[in-house]
Design a protein around this ligand. Structure first.
Ligand code: SF4
Length: 565
C-alpha cells in the first residue's frame, strides 16, 4: 500500500493587508489606503471562481487586529462593517452559500471571538511560529508566544479543528524548534484538536528588515520534519507548503500533507512563489497516493466538531472529493500528448487523462502555457461527451476526478483523425480551390492517418482497410458516428450563436464496440461567432488573433453559463 499524501483545494482571501504587528520578515502587511480591504464583491467573485474550479476551502487570512491601526476603520466601513471579524463572519457565510468551507487565520482572537466565528468556520488556524522571543517579533503584541499558546489551547477547549505550525529560520534555534513541537504535542494530547502542523520555511524578501537573513536551509527543513515525526502524535498531519520548500526532497522525511493549493488565487504571503499546478503536484508526489481532503479532517467530521450550519456544505463537498477519487501516479505517464497526459489508473479498464495548460500549433513549433486552459477544455469535453452519450453515441467518458482530469474507459485507439467540415477553412482552402467561409453543400468527412513523423497524411478508405486499421463495416460505422456527432453539435452550437466550422474526432475500440475517444473541446473544433465571424477556437492562438483564454471562456459561457463566473 502506497503512503497517502493529502492536500486541500482552496481559494486565498486576504480580507485586509493591514496588521497591528510589524514582523521583520513580512511583505503582506500594508498601511491603510486604497485597496487595503478586499471588497465584498471581490470576495464573492473569487469564491465563485473557486467553486467553479472545484475548490472546497475558502481560506480567510488577514492582518491581526487591523482596527488598532490608525486610519484603517474608514476603509473597512466602506464595505459596510465596523470590525474585521464581523466582516470575516459575513464573508464566511457567503462562502458557505456558494459551497466552500471557510477556514480562518485571523491572528490572536479571544475564546469568545473564536466561538462566534466557529459557527461559520469548519476549521481555524494560528501558526505558533516559535516559542522563542526573537528580534523579528519586536513590536508584535500578537507574536508573544504565551498568547499564541493560550489561543491554541482555547481552540482545544472549544473543540475547534485546528492548524498550527512552525516558521523556520526567523532567528530561532534548533532547541526552540524542538520546544515548539513539544508544546504543540502536549496541547494535542490534552485536547485532541490539532489536525496538522505546518513546517514552513521563512523566505527572505526584498524590502523587509530581514532581507539579508539567510532563511532556513533544506537541511533545516528536513531535520525539523523528522523531529516533528518523532515528537508529534501520529494522528497529526505534517505539512509543508510545496511552493516554498523543495517538496521532492522534503516529502520523504515524513510529510503527509501539502496544505492548501489554489488553482485560482496566489499565495499572498509569498507571492513570489506560485503554487504548483495540480499536474505538477501529481509529479511531485509520484510513488504516493495523492488524496484530496477538506479543511476539516475526517476524524473531526465523524466526531461532529462543526456547527450545524456547516453540515450540508461538508456533506456535499465530501461527496465531491470522494467522486474525484485518489491519484496514484506512476513515475511516467503512459502517453504524453501535446496538451494531455494519460496515466494508468487503479482500475485496469480505466485511464486518467489530465488536460494540461499547454497549447501548441503548427505541429509543436509554437508552444505556450496558459493558466486555466486545461480546465476549460476538460469542462467542455465533459459537457459534450455527456451530451453525445445521451444522444446514443458511445464515448470513453467515465467521470471527472478533478476540474482538469477525466477518468475514461481504456480503449485501443484507432490511429485516425476523422475531420468533419461544414464550412471551408484552414488547410482545406490551402489545398483545394475553395474560398475560406464557403458553406459546403453537405458535410465533408476526411480522414488523416495519425503519425507525427509522417505529418499526419490524409488517408482513404482503401488504405485504411489495406493497412488493417479498420474493416469496411467499422469504417462505415466511424463515418456514420462522425456525421451524427456533427448533426448534434451543429444544432446545439447554432442555438448558442456559434457556427461549427469543422472539428476532428478520434475513436477507439473496446470489446468490439467503437467509442468516441480523445476530446471534444475548443482545441479540437473550429468555431466562429455567428454574428461577427470572430474565431472562438485555437485559431486565436495559431494566428495571434487575441487572447485565446478569453475566447475559450466565451465558448464555455455560451454553452454552460454556470461554468464561468
Ligand atoms: S502578523 Fe502576519 S501580517 Fe502581521 S506583520 Fe506579522 S506576518 Fe505580517
Amino acid at each position: 500500500m502506497l503512503p497517502v499524501i493529502t492536500y486541500s483545494r482552496n481559494v486565498f482571501l486576504p480580507l485586509t493587508f493591514v496588521c497591528r504587528n510589524t514582523c521583520g520578515y513580512c511583505i503582506f502587511r500594508r498601511p491603510p489606503g486604497e485597496g487595503c480591504v478586499m471588497s465584498p464583491d471581490e470576495v464573492k467573485r473569487i469564491l465563485r471562481r473557486g467553486a467553479e474550479a472545484g475548490c472546497t476551502e475558502a481560506l480567510f487570512t488577514f492582518g491581526e487586529h487591523p482596527e488598532e491601526v490608525n486610519g484603517f476603520l474608514p476603509w473597512l466601513e466602506k464595505s459596510g462593517y465596523t470590525s474585521i471579524l464581523e466582516y470575516c463572519y459575513a464573508m464566511a457565510e457567503e462562502a458557505i452559500k456558494i459551497g466552500l468551507l471557510p477556514h480562518t487565520n485571523a491572528g490572536i482572537m479571544t475564546a469568545e471571538e473564536m466561538k462566534h466565528l466557529s459557527e461559520v468556520n469548519a476549521s481555524m488556524g494560528l501558526m505558533l511560529e516559535t516559542t522563542a522571543v526573537i528580534p523579528a517579533h519586536r513590536n508584535c503584541p500578537g507574536k508573544e508566544p504565551a498568547r499564541r499558546i493560550a489561543m491554541i489551547e482555547d481552540a482545544g477547549r472549544l473543540k475547534i479543528p485546528f492548524t498550527t505550525g512552525l516558521l523556520l529560520g526567523i532567528g530561532e534555534t534548533r532547541s526552540d524548534r524542538r520546544e515548539s513541537l513539544e508544546i504543540i504535542a502536549d496541547l494535542h494530547r490534552r485536547y485532541d484538536h490539532i489536525q496538522e502542523v505546518i513546517i514552513q520555511n521563512f523566505c527572505p524578501k526584498p524590502g523587509t528588515e530581514m532581507n539579508a537573513f539567510p532563511g532556513a536551509t533544506l537541511q533545516d527543513i528536513q531535520e525539523t520534519v523528522r523531529m516533528a515525526k518523532e515528537i508529534l502524535p501520529p494522528d497529526i498531519a505534517i505539512q509543508i507548503p510545496p511552493n516554498l520548500a523543495d517538496a521532492e526532497k522534503v516529502i520523504p522525511c515524513g510529510i503527509t500533507d501539502l496544505g492548501g493549493i489554489s488553482p485560482v488565487t496566489i499565495d499572498y504571503v509569498n507571492p513570489e512563489h506560485p503554487w504548483p499546478a495540480l499536474e505538477e503536484l501529481r509529479t511531485l508526489t509520484k510513488g504516493y497516493m495523492l488524496k484530496e481532503r477538506l479543511c476539516i479532517y475526517p476524524k473531526y467530521i465523524n466526531r461532529g466538531w462543526f456547527h450545524p450550519r456547516l453540515r450540508d456544505c461538508i456533506k456535499n463537498l465530501e461527496h465531491a472529493v470522494h467522486m474525484r477519487g485518489t491519484f496514484v501516479i506512476p513515475a511516467k505517464p503512459l502517453y504524453e500528448g501535446k496538451a494531455k497526459s494519460v496515466y494508468s489508473s487503479e482500475n485496469p479498464d480505466e485511464l486518467i487523462v489530465v488536460f494540461r495548460n499547454d497549447m501548441t500549433a503548427f505541429n509543436g513549433v509554437k508552444h505556450d502555457r496558459f493558466t486555466d486552459k486545461g480546465r476549460l477544455n476538460a469542462t467542455a469535453s465533459e459537457f459534450f461527451m455527456k451530451m453525445l452519450e445521451a444522444e446514443g453515441i458511445p464515448t470513453h467518458f467515465v467521470r471527472m476526478s478533478a476540474p482538469d482530469t477525466m477518468v475514461v474507459r481504456r480503449l485501443e485507439m484507432i490511429p485516425l483523425e476523422v475531420i468533419v467540415r461544414n464550412i471551408a477553412a484552414g488547410s482545406m482552402t490551402k489545398k483545394y480551390p475553395i474560398d475560406e467561409g464557403t458553406v459546403l453543400e453537405r458535410p465533408v468527412v476526411t480522414i488523416d492517418y495519425k503519425d507525427d513523423e509522417r505529418g499526419d497524411p490524409m488517408i482513404n478508405d482503401d488504405l485504411i482497410q489495406v493497412l488493417h486499421i479498420l474493416n469496411a463495416e467499422e469504417l462505415i460505422k466511424v463515418k456514420e458516428m462522425a456525421l451524427e456527432v456533427n448533426r448534434i453539435l451543429s444544432r446545439f452550437f447554432d442555438d448558442c450563436g456559434i457556427k461549427l466550422v469543422d472539428f476532428k474526432l478520434e475513436f477507439g475500440k473496446s470489446a468490439g464496440t467503437i467509442y468516441l475517444g480523445d476530446e471534444v473541446s475548443m482545441d479540437s473544433m473550429r468555431l466562429w461567432d455567428k454574428v461577427t465571424g470572430e474565431s472562438l477556437d485555437k485559431d486565436v492562438y495559431r494566428f495571434d488573433k487575441g487572447d485565446v483564454i478569453t475566447a475559450y471562456r466565451e465558448v464555455l459561457k455560451r454553452i454552460i453559463p454556470d461554468a464561468v463566473a
